[in-house]
Design a protein around this ligand. Structure first.
Ligand code: PRP
Ligand code: URA
Length: 209
């Protein structure tokens, strides 16, 4: 079964508090999501493999290290996942970005796909699927299934806040995928919102409500 890691770095937790706060407006909300995405990417990239190389400094020859292994891909689930992309690219600027357009039908809570555009070599990349919210897990699970159908084999899921219901869904549907969170909240409410959560991530990011 995939692991669930709550990234409890103090800076992530402090910024998440402001993201959750209903008084935080769109501009600051967007800036904080961007910053937390960078911090989470820093933690997630801790295990990336390195290889030793030899370089010449202005002073002497030196044994040094560079990233080796597979290249990375960042896959935001539209639209709220977009808010986390730049923060990751700040750290990993050469990552390719693939987009999956999904929205959650407000009545059925089922994910509906409306867009997909992937790098051609996703089967060779380590992919980080990003979405601020993992609620029922329907959207993220559908995105992971779609990526696997296109050949992806190495995928991590990174969300700001999850409900236990969403984590369970991903673990059942995609036991090969590790989940990285800034917080694991209590539950879903009757409308499928995470409690206490942060409200509607897409609306708060883009000012659409
Ligand atoms: C939100 C969120 C996730 C999804 C989570 O997107 O960004 O994609 O809901 O819910 P789930 O786990 O129950 O599927 P939404 O459907 O509101 O679309 P948006 O990003 O375009 O606002
Ligand atoms: N989508 C959101 O944006 N927020 C939630 O709490 C649940 C799903």
């Amino acid at each position: 079964m995939g692991q669930v890691k709550v990234l409890d770095h103090p800076l992530i937790q402090h910024k998440l508090t402001h993201i959750r706060d209903h008084r935080t407006g769109t501009k600051v909300f967007r800036e904080l999501v961007d910053e937390v995405a960078t911090l989470m990417a820093f933690e997630i990239s801790r295990d990336l493999p390195l290889e030793a190389i030899t370089i010449q400094t202005p002073v002497a020859e030196a044994k040094a290290y560079q990233l080796s292994g597979k290249k990375l891909g960042v896959i935001p689930i539209l639209r709220a996942g977009l808010g986390m992309v730049d923060g990751i690219l700040n750290l990993i600027p050469h990552a390719k970005v693939g987009h999956i357009g999904l929205y959650r039908d407000p009545e059925t809570l089922q994910p509906v796909e409306y867009y997909s555009k992937m790098p051609s070599d996703i089967n060779e990349r380590e992919l980080i699927v990003v979405d601020p919210m993992l609620a029922t897990g329907g959207s993220a699970s559908a995105a992971l299934t779609m990526l696997k159908e296109k050949g992806a084999v190495n995928i991590k899921l990174m969300c700001l806040i999850a409900a236990p219901e969403g984590v369970k869904q991903i673990q059942e549907d995609h036991p090969d995928v590790d989940i990285y969170l800034a917080a694991l909240d209590e539950r879903l409410n009757e409308k499928g919102y995470i409690v206490p959560g942060l409200g509607d991530a897409g609306d708060r990011l883009f000012g659409t409500k």
